[in-house]
Design a protein around this ligand. Structure first.
Ligand code: NDP
Length: 265
């Protein structure tokens, strides 16, 4: 296994209080980095902080309440990271959630909300942390995106469309920031077991149906070649690769973490 020592480096993970973001925070801490996570729900954030401190005693960890759609919140978060750690080397734009809706049932307001979430959850943190990323000898931004960017689903019309725009945005950012030595990449995920799927399980599963049966049935219905949902740590490992100098010659690109669902060559 390749070992990488991130001692002295700082990783920021938006939406680090659950699922993929929390798994990414673990990997960065395990590699010796200082880590800052954020989220909106104070209880979820506190429980993630406790879990991380229990797993990594003495960890340099900052957990801050912050809605990435609120410019003032994001500015405060960036300032608290600067005060606590003095630098940022890696930014993972992960915060967010999907929206299940067809064209027929997506209102103007829902379209605006979805476009706002998908774009500004990247634009705001990127803008706020860029001055510190530029100071790093190996600044990197990684965005959590979805395979829907390339392979849209009609029942997630607004999310799919916004995801395609984000894929395009990552490419432009990569070109603009390359001369400033900041790499920008994304991961395109399929279905990953996480908070949002746990919440869907609670509302949609048949009485008595287990999590394994429910997710196994969905994986069959969705024809996932690897036959199961991904695990948060599997998405986090791809994020980790793209955020660290392990991928020092890669920018404007993406890794598919969809269990083989992508149909294009
Ligand atoms: P989780 O619900 O487990 O985690 C989402 C995290 O983002 C939580 O920490 C949540 O905390 C935080 N978050 C959400 N909105 C905001 C916001 N506006 N400001 C700050 N934090 C926010 O889900 P996942 O781990 O699955 O999701 C991670 C990313 O992956 C999301 O962007 C999601 O859309 C994307 N994705 C996930 C897929 C999957 O199958 N799991 C598929 C495709 C994409 P809080 O709610 O407290 O703010």
């Amino acid at each position: 296994m390749i070992q990488i020592d991130l001692t002295g480096q700082v990783a920021v993970v938006t939406g680090g209080s659950s699922g993929i973001g929390l798994a990414a925070a673990r990997l960065f801490l395990q590699a010796g980095a200082s880590v800052a996570i954020c989220g909106r729900n104070a209880e979820r954030l506190a429980s993630a902080e406790t879990a991380l401190r229990d797993a990594f005693p003495g960890a340099k960890l900052l957990a801050a309440g912050c809605d990435v759609l609120d410019a003032a919140d994001v500015a405060r978060f960036a300032e608290s990271v600067r005060v606590a750690f003095g630098r940022v080397d890696m930014l993972v734009n992960n915060a967010g959630q999907g929206r299940v809706s067809t064209f027929a049932d997506t209102s103007d307001e829902a379209w605006r909300e979805e476009l706002d979430l998908k774009y500004f959850s990247i634009i705001r943190p990127t803008r706020a942390f860029l001055p510190m990323l530029e100071q790093s000898p190996h600044g990197a931004i990684v965005c959590v995106n979805s395979l829907l960017a390339l392979q849209p689903e009609a029942h997630m019309v607004a999310t799919s469309s916004a995801r395609a725009g984000v894929l395009n945005l990552v490419k432009s950012l990569a070109v603009e920031l390359a001369p400033r030595h900041v790499r920008v990449n994304s991961i395109l995920i399929g279905i990953v077991e996480s908070g949002q799927w746990r919440r869907r399980f609670e509302t949609q599963a048949q009485p008595g149906q287990s999590w394994e049966d429910w997710t196994g049935e969905l994986a069959r219905q969705k024809k996932i070649p690897l036959g199961r949902f991904g695990r948060p740590e599997e998405a986090a490992q791809a994020l980790f690769y793209l955020a660290t100098p392990l991928s020092s010659y890669t920018t404007g690109s993406h890794i598919d973490v969809s269990g083989g669902v992508a149909r294009h060559v």
